[in-house]
Structure formats: structure tokens, C-alpha cells
Design a binder for this molecule. Structure first.
Ligand SMILES: Cc1cc2nc3c(=O)[nH]c(=O)nc-3n(C[C@H](O)[C@H](O)[C@H](O)COP(=O)(O)O)c2cc1C
Length: 319
């Protein structure tokens, strides 16, 4: 349970926290992906949600290792439609991972980056975890594609509605459903309290209350001084889990190096309105048929507050 309480802090798309665990005997867990938390429009193949499961498994293993325990994991023990993993804990054999000290500081950086460049030296610890683009034409191309894809997503009503449906505005909505896209802070708390946030209005991307955050994300994408790509040779469920494990290590390594990181996924998604961006980024950066699983914005920024999480008891499945 202690290992799992850390795993809950894993990054995951739209903060859906799709994990569920069933306790098996004294030393086992079956880990499921809760399909009621799917993102049917923007993640039609549940590729990103599966990546999030990989982040969860990696973090759980690190937390167990920290206490000297180990986990033996079998992925998809009943095939890809069944549980994601069967995990057996064992005492001993666990070696603490130096990245674990950064777990509580790790964030997905949702804000603008400041204008400090990412030098080769400052990015050096990250090179074994992802492909890095710190300057030059390739970096500029990724920036342009990520920015264009963001606007394509915003202009796609079904995709935009999926985000608005998951918006939690103000403290009481966030506490009632501590997942999705949390928009808190004193101003929003007050507006929400007086019923002044109208979801129908927010569906209109020209409404000032949605236009502001949309433009902030566009600016954040353009402000990133560097970008990362995480690729897998194919696109099997197991490779998606591996990509999640890698992303978690990259995110923790970046945290340890004082860098901020944020996935922006629009160009990698599988719906028709973003296909032109998907095709362009894959043609250019995955020429041998690889799948680009995560595109990251990398730079320096102010550390943000933590995003909310469901309590552990709510994520236990009772057989
Ligand atoms: C596969 C994947 C895709 C994601 N895509 C996006 C994205 O497109 N835009 C974004 O701002 N954050 C994205 N995120 C980050 C999540 O929103 C973030 O992990 C979640 O809200 C929890 O916040 P935290 O990482 O700070 O704990 C993604 C995360 C994962 C694992």
C-alpha cells in the first residue's frame, strides 16, 4: 500500500488516474486500467492512458525498491484486454534508485517557461532518457508542429469538449473530483462559489474565459527553449508501458537537474483533425516507422503547486 501511495502520484493524461489495484494474497497486486476513465476523443486507442499506467508501475517499483523490496511484474498476464500487470512483492533485492528523491517535487510544468536556454551541459543527465532538441532547425520544427497541433485540437469541438467536461473549477469541484484539469486559485474559487463559471460558455473558444487559457498554452509551447521526443520501435501495449516507464525517469531526472518538463500530446494523437501533424512529425522524426509516444516541452520555470489525486482507498478494486 505504501508503494502504491507513491505510484498514485505518477503523471498521466488529463490526470485521469486510470489505475485500479486488486490485492492478491499477502504479496501480490493485480493492476487494472479503469476503462470508465477513457478519453475516447483524444486518446481513441488508449495509448496515452497506457503510457500513464507505465509511469505508475515504474513509480511503484521505485517506491518498493526504496524500502529494499523488489517487485516482479508480469505485463498483461491475461492478454491486452485484461489487467495491465500482475505484481509480486518480495523482501530484499530492492536497490534504491537515486531518482526517487525527486518524486515529491516532480510536476508537469503547465506554465510558460522563462527565457533561460537549456545548454548541452544542463541537459546532459537527460540524454539517456529521450531524444533532446536544444536548438537548431529540428527544435524549431517540433515547436511549430506542437503549436499548430494545439490550435487544431482547440478548434475541434469534440476534442475541446472532452477537456471542458474534465475541467474542475474551484476548490469544491476539485475536492469532489480530484482529477481532470484543475483550475483553482482564489479568483476561480470565488467565481465558482457564486456560480459564475458557465461550462457552455467555455465551449466557445472565443469566450474570454476559455481564450485566455488557450492562448496561455500556445505561449507555453512557443516559450519552451527545448523539446524532447520519446520513441518506441513499434506501438504495442508493452512498448507503451515501456514509454511510460521512460517518461517517468526522464521527468524525475529533469526535476533533479532543476529543469521543468511538460508533455504536449496533440500532434501525436490519433483522430482525423490532427492527422496532418501526426503524419508530419512522424515523417520527419520517426523515419523508420517508430511511434513517437511523448513530445515534451523542456526548460526552466517556476515550480508549480501539486495536481490533485484521488485517495488510495478509492483506487482499490474489490474482487
Ligand atoms: C501520456 C501523457 C500525455 C499527456 N499529455 C499532456 C498534454 O497534452 N498537455 C499537458 O499539459 N499535459 C499532458 N500530460 C500531463 C498530465 O496532464 C499530468 O501528468 C497530470 O495532470 C498530473 O499532473 P502532474 O504530472 O504534475 O502530477 C500528459 C501526461 C501523460 C502521461
Amino acid at each position: 500500500m505504501r508503494a502504491m501511495s507513491y505510484a498514485l502520484l505518477a503523471p498521466n493524461p488529463h490526470n485521469r488516474q486510470p489505475w485500479e489495484a486488486e490485492l492478491v494474497g499477502d504479496d501480490g497486486l493485480l493492476i487494472y486500467r479503469d476503462k470508465s476513465r477513457n478519453l475516447p476523443f483524444t486518446d481513441p486507442l488508449s495509448r496515452q492512458l497506457t503510457i500513464g499506467m507505465g509511469c505508475f508501475l515504474e513509480l511503484m517499483e521505485m517506491a518498493a525498491n526504496q524500502e529494499g523490496n523488489s517487485i516482479e511484474t508480469e505485463l498483461f498476464p491475461q492478454g491486452v484486454d485484461g489487467p495491465v500487470a500482475s505484481c509480486r512483492f518480495a523482501k530484499g533485492n530492492g536497490k534504491p534508485n537515486p531518482l526517487f528523491v525527486h518524486v515529491m517535487e516532480r510536476r508537469s510544468h503547465k506554465d510558460k517557461f522563462n527565457d533561460r536556454r537549456v545548454t548541452v551541459e544542463s541537459a546532459a543527465p537527460l540524454t539517456s532518457h529521450a531524444q533532446l532538441y536544444l536548438d537548431g532547425e529540428d527544435r524549431d520544427t517540433i515547436r511549430r508542429i506542437a503549436h499548430e497541433a494545439w490550435w487544431s485540437e482547440v478548434r475541434t469541438p469534440g476534442a475541446w469538449k472532452e477537456s471542458i467536461d474534465l475541467l474542475r473549477v474551484g476548490k469544491s469541484e476539485i475536492n469532489a473530483n480530484p482529477d481532470g484539469i484543475d483550475a483553482g486559485g482564489p479568483l476561480l474559487d470565488t467565481l465558482a462559489l457564486f456560480g459564475l463559471v458557465d461550462r457552455k460558455e467555455l465551449l466557445d473558444i472565443n469566450n474570454p474565459n476559455s481564450r485566455g487559457p488557450i492562448e496561455d498554452t500556445a505561449k507555453a509551447i512557443l516559450s519552451a527553449p527545448a523539446y524532447t521526443l520519446t520513441l518506441t520501435p513499434g506501438n504495442s501495449r508493452i512498448e507503451q508501458i515501456i514509454a511510460g516507464r521512460k517518461w517517468l525517469r526522464l521527468n524525475l531526472t529533469a526535476t533533479g537537474a532543476g529543469l521543468s518538463l511538460r508533455p504536449v500530446s496533440q500532434a501525436l494523437q490519433e483522430y482525423k483533425e490532427v492527422k496532418v501533424h501526426f503524419d508530419e512529425i512522424h515523417r520527419r522524426f520517426a523515419p523508420n516507422g517508430e511511434t513517437i509516444q511523448i513530445l515534451g516541452l523542456l526548460g526552466f520555470g517556476e515550480r508549480l503547486t501539486r495536481s490533485p489525486r484521488w485517495p488510495i482507498e478509492s483506487r482499490i478494486r474489490h474482487a
